[in-house]
Ligand binder design. Structure first.
Ligand SMILES: [Zn+2]
Length: 371
């Protein structure tokens, strides 16, 4: 009798102690399921903003950013790598330009080409070169624009997947999303895929030389058309996927991030820093996996010819001078810069840079969904 009562008491105590543990067990199982969800769903917005609700405008920008598609980004990058390293002056480079133009047209854009002459050394006979751009014309301010860019040429004998297929595919994926007929932008947006970056920023320099003086001019007068809207900001993307620390490790580093850089020593340093900060803010609102940081030593990329004329920043996997320049990416300009070299964690860094740029531009240019 006493034994049975003791057993009952024991069972009652047991259920008190064990029951909550079982419930907690179920909860943590749910939580771990959440962690294994697709990367874009991993972070809770509440956590990112510290409990502050998004504004209605931010929520709409996020709806636009969520239209970026990770698989589409990878497919565009794969498409670019079919042309090898796309080195300037080769048939591979010309074929890649045609392919880029075909993609932009297939989404409904009218494309244009910049034609310029290139000579490797003084005294060499200059040869013709081309590069492609497409424009989404602003609905209420067609005379002002943001330039969103990357360089389509590469070198090294591989596929130039990271340098700079990763940036080119990013710009194209943003262009694809913004081509949608229900998306309206107040200001114009230009998607530029520079050529001849690797030979000294020649394609971007040619664009600045030919078109800086055309800014804001209505042509023909009274037409409402602006062949070169006034530049409001320029955002370059160059090497976007690989942040494996230095010394280099096998996997993406735990503190991998998107590096936004402006140039302290430029005429537009203050404006460029402000544009950079807008990107950092957009990253915090809209990027799903990787944070972004801002620094002031932008160099060796196509935003340089713009930096004294307009707010100009570059986005990269690493800071160019201190990290990339110190061999933080062993595939840089090598035969191993191949699509297959990179993992989804690497591709996702480029994709987060796309989220960052689109989120920032959505706010700055006044992009919205018209319902
Ligand atoms: Zn590059």
């Amino acid at each position: 009798m006493l034994v049975r009562r003791l057993i009952l008491v024991f069972l009652a105590l047991f259920s008190l102690v064990v029951a909550p543990t079982v419930a907690e067990g179920q909860q943590s199982e749910q939580e771990s399921r959440r962690v294994s969800d697709p990367p874009t769903l991993r972070r809770s917005l509440r956590g990112v903003l510290g409990g502050v609700p998004m504004t209605a405008a931010d929520s709409m920008h996020q709806e636009i950013v969520r239209r970026l598609d990770f698989d589409s980004y990878k497919q565009l990058l794969l498409g670019l790598t079919q042309f090898g390293d796309r080195e300037q002056g080769t048939p591979r480079n010309e074929a890649a330009n045609d392919w880029i133009e075909d993609q932009l047209r297939s989404w409904g854009y009218e494309t244009e080409r910049v034609h310029y002459m290139f000579a490797r050394r003084v005294g060499d006979v200059a040869e013709p070169r081309e590069e492609v751009f497409a424009t989404k014309v602003g609905a209420s301010r067609p005379d002002e624009m943001f330039i969103i860019s990357a360089h389509m040429d590469g070198r090294g004998g591989g596929e130039a997947a990271n340098d700079d297929g990763s940036g080119t595919a990013l710009v194209m994926e943003i262009a694809r999303v913004l081509a949608s007929s229900d998306i309206v932008s107040d200001r114009s947006l230009r998607f530029a895929l520079w050529n001849n970056e690797e030979t000294g920023l020649n394609g971007a320099r040619a664009y600045v030389e030919q078109r800086a003086g055309m800014q804001g001019i209505e042509d023909p007068p009274g037409s409402g058309r602006y062949p070169e809207p006034t530049w409001i900001g320029m955002i370059q993307h160059d090497m976007m996927m690989w942040d494996h620390g230095n010394p280099v490790t096998h996997n993406q580093a735990l503190d991998a991030d998107v590096d936004v850089e402006f140039q302290l020593n430029s005429e537009m340093a203050a404006e460029s820093a402000q544009l950079g900060l807008a990107l950092i803010n957009a990253n915090r609102l809209h990027a799903t996996d990787y944070p972004a940081v801002l620094s002031n030593a932008m160099s060796n990329t196509d935003s340089t010819p713009f930096m004294d004329l307009v707010a100009a920043v570059s986005l990269r996997e690493n800071r160019r001078l201190y990290e990339t320049g110190n061999r933080a990416n062993p595939h840089w300009h090598q035969t191993t810069d191949l699509f297959e070299t990179f993992s989804d964690a690497d591709f996702m860094l480029g994709f987060n840079a796309a989220q960052t740029t689109l989120g920032a531009v959505a706010k700055l240019a006044g992009i919205r969904i018209s319902r």
